[in-house]
Design a protein around this ligand. Structure first.
Ligand SMILES: [Fe+2]
Length: 405
């Protein structure tokens, strides 16, 4: 994270005696990235963060992952995935797409997750609907519709749905770290003037979260599988911390769009970067204002990327006939040229505003299809630019979202 925070009680000097009211020492923990050479935080625990009393292998439900063959553009209807009541936002994730750099899942949840640590990489949890408390060793983050929550690697946390509305999340799990695009940061990590958001838009925990308990289970996802640790004491025992590594939230509604006289390319929408992928936000905005502008994308083929687009809000009337709906995901792989549906460029001329909300993940390695993608796929999508329903499907319709393409 780009800037320093200090929460709760910490000693005047790092690595010095910091004592509890009973005279004992607090247990200092450094949590840091890239082998002591990047961002870190120092946390002060009431109990030893090393004290585990059991470790059991955990076997998640079987998952499948296969290549996008035959190569086709895909349309996934995530709202067709209905896990039913009693699902939690971590163990209840439905895996959609994956490569070795990131995994994309969708979850509909109505009960708290267990305590959880992802030791593989950072997670970006995007909230499509509902409200949640993200509780961690760093404190509480309240999150709601439109929030991206970035949870750094190995932070012990749980996601607690709040209220009556089920929590709908799109989750991007990275093999590595997720952060703001480097080109938007100064050498010391401050957001620059041309960035579409800045420090004022980011939220972090504001006070410690302290819970009592013994023999507390924590699910750990690591590169070789899953393990369930039992900690001697509740991990939420941090009286204070400081540093530049912590969970944080950013609302897509605080993303200030960059617009132009003619069509702007997707990098203006970039919000985060991860290892071999980027995350972009398409938000309501004034569109291209050259008098001769065509305010939809040209047909395009970004030959080095697979492009996944999650439609999370806005007016879908303009996409009538395309099959795209709230919660849809389109996957436009490398090796396939995509673009607006027939007639969309003509219809867009003279339009000055698009009311749309979408999250895009562009990956530099191909995305494989996982079991939940197969379960909710609209099989007719690939043929819609040709105006056909396809060789084996009765699905008809137009094509893709005219604004984001
Ligand atoms: Fe595209």
């Amino acid at each position: 994270m780009p800037y320093y925070r200090s929460i709760g009680e910490i000693p005047r000097k790092r690595h010095t005696q910091f004592r509890k009211p009973d005279g004992g020492l607090y247990a200092e923990e450094l949590m840091g990235q890239q082998g002591f050479s990047s961002d870190s935080s120092l946390l002060y625990h009431r109990h030893l963060p090393t004290a585990i009393v059991a470790a059991d292998e955990h076997t998640p439900p079987p998952s499948t992952r296969g290549p996008n063959l035959p190569l086709k553009p895909r349309h996934l209807r995530t709202h067709k995935l209905d896990p039913g009541p009693g699902t939690d936002p971590v163990l209840g994730r439905a895996r959609l797409l994956a490569n070795d750099d990131c995994r994309v899942s969708y979850a509909v949840a109505d009960r708290p997750s267990p305590l959880y640590r992802n030791a593989i990489g950072d997670e970006c949890v995007y909230i499509e609907a509902g409200t949640a408390r993200i509780e961690s060793t760093f404190g509480v983050l309240d999150a709601t519709e439109g929030d991206y929550v970035i949870i750094p690697t190995s932070v012990i946390h749980r996601i607690v749905p709040v209220g009556e509305t089920p929590l709908r999340t799109l989750v991007i799990e990275a093999t590595g770290h997720i952060g703001p695009p480097r080109r938007y940061l100064s050498a010391r990590g401050q957001f620059l003037e041309h960035a579409p958001y800045c420090e004022r838009d980011l939220r972090g925990p504001t006070e410690p979260l302290l819970e009592d308990g013994t023999d507390v289970e924590v699910y750990v996802q690591h590169r070789r599988g899953w393990t369930r640790f039992t900690y001697a004491n509740h991990p939420f025992d941090v009286v204070g911390w400081d540093g530049c590594l912590y969970p944080w939230a950013f609302s897509i509604h605080d993303f200030e769009p960059i617009t132009g006289r003619v069509h702007q390319p997707p990098p203006v929408h970039q919000t985060f970067e991860g290892p071999n992928f980027v995350v972009c936000s398409f938000v309501p905005r004034k569109v291209d204002y050259h008098p001769e502008a065509i305010p939809v994308p040209y047909n395009h083929h970004n030959v080095d990327s697979d492009e996944m687009l999650f439609y999370t809000g806005g007016n879908y009337e303009a996409r009538r006939g395309s099959g795209i709906e709230q919660g849809s995901i389109s996957l436009h792989p490398s090796g396939f040229t995509h673009g607006p549906q027939p007639g969309a460029p003509e219809r867009a001329i003279g339009v000055d505003y698009f009311d749309e909300l979408a999250v895009m993940v562009d990956t530099f390695r191909p995305l494989d299809l996982c079991e939940a993608a197969v379960a909710c796929e609209d099989p007719g999508y690939a043929w819609t630019w040709a105006g056909r329903s396809g060789p084996s499907s009765g699905h008809g319709g137009g094509g893709v979202d005219p604004a984001t393409g």
